[in-house]
Design a protein around this ligand. Structure first.
Ligand code: KG4
Ligand code: ZN
Length: 345
């Protein structure tokens, strides 16, 4: 079964063709990040306008890449079995572009439509690699808006078992990057700055910032205090000049990574999980990926760790196509509407 998937929840316009939930025939993503770098952050109105500009060329490019021998119209009519689209959560203007495009294609080409929850779909980034995770497993979703532990018993059968009580880990990266004067995209800018410090000081003990809730016997986290700690230290540092910006970035990254890995270990042990999925934009972070491998090597040798291929960590339509295949809730296009606050818990 081939699904045409559309993702427009924020500043990426992504279209993919995914076969049987695991094989990506194409995934084309356009980003308006350059524009947001100029304005110092995402202005929703600007993001939505860019979605309108990018959606048709991205759709055509994804179809042409997947089916080079036929035109886009024929590809849709003859080779696509269903259409999937991110219904939420996200920015309303951006979501509307993807949802209305999907509904139009559904009506014109007479295909079934599967609306998808973006947060749940991040987990399916891990199903695009071989081997796929085996149920049941613990998943950590770490994105710009979410930091959640999910116990996945099966497709469509899961429990939320913990998460951040305030800011998401990605949000913490983004807000602290702003305090550290790092450019957009902020999370990866912190990582680049931090990794530079670490490569130059491989033996540095990175312990300046608190590891929020690390000793609590649950799977909850809190990152807003970390942002306050960074802000305070940056102010003090303006007078004392004890730390370079790169060191502060490394300290921040370490506090977030140590917290995520510690809580992951607790959740994996508590659920005796044989597999673990770490996904979402922050799972692109190399320090986090390496720390998870170290956890496996040192404490959990039998654990099978699944982190999506780097292309499928940040927002992309391939994960939407995979999620739709494994959770095929067909809904009449007349009943599909974008929901910026769509819940996953
Ligand atoms: O999943 P995602 O692309 O979008 C949401 O659904 O939110 O995640 C975006 C988040 C942003 O906060 C971004 O700063 C963060 O992922 N991010 C990173 C890295 N790459 C992206 N955070 C840390 N290190 C990275 N390399
Ligand atoms: Zn996302």
């Amino acid at each position: 079964m081939r699904i045409l998937a559309i993702e427009t929840s924020c500043d990426e316009t992504s279209v993919a063709v995914v076969e049987n939930g695991t094989t990506v025939l194409s995934c084309v993503t356009a980003s308006s990040m350059d524009l947001h770098a100029q304005t110092g952050g995402i202005i929703p109105e600007n993001a939505a306008r860019k979605q309108v500009e990018y959606i048709i060329p991205t759709l055509e490019a994804a179809l042409t890449k997947a089916f080079p021998k036929v035109n886009a119209h024929e590809a849709l009519a003859e080779h696509i079995d269903a259409i999937a689209v991110t219904a939420g959560p996200g920015l309303i203007g951006s979501l509307l572009v993807g949802v209305e495009t999907a509904k139009t294609l559904t009506a014109v080409f007479n295909k079934p439509l599967i609306p998808v929850n973006h947060i749940k779909a991040h987990i399916y980034g891990a199903f695009l690699s071989d081997p796929a995770p085996q149920f049941p497993f613990v998943a950590l979703i770490v994105s710009g808006g979410h930091t959640d532990f999910i116990y996945m018993k099966d497709h469509d059968d899961y429990d939320w078992i913990g998460g951040t009580r305030d800011d998401a880990a990605g949000e913490c990266f983004d807000k602290c990057a702003r305090i550290l004067n790092l450019e957009v995209p902020r999370g990866s800018a912190v990582a680049a700055s931090a990794d530079k410090f670490i490569s130059e000081h491989p033996d540095a003990r990175l312990q300046l910032f608190p590891r929020p809730m690390i000793h609590d016997d649950n799977f909850d986290m809190s990152f807003s205090g970390l942002k306050t700690a960074v802000s305070r230290l940056v102010k003090e540092n303006e007078k004392d000049n004890l730390y370079s910006n790169e060191q502060l970035a490394a300290e921040l990254q370490e506090a977030i990574v140590a917290t995520l890995v510690n809580k992951s270990g607790k959740a994996i042990n508590a659920y005796s999980s044989a597999s673990f999925v770490c996904c979402g934009g922050v799972s692109a972070n190399a320090r986090l990926r390496n720390a998870l491998l170290a956890l496996q090597k040192n404490e959990l040798q039998n654990l099978s760790i699944h982190v999506p291929d780097i292309r499928y960590t940040t927002d992309n339509a391939a994960m939407i196509g995979s999620c739709a295949f494994f959770n095929p809730h067909y809904i009449s296009y007349k009943d599909v509407a974008p929901d910026p606050e769509l819940h996953f818990k």
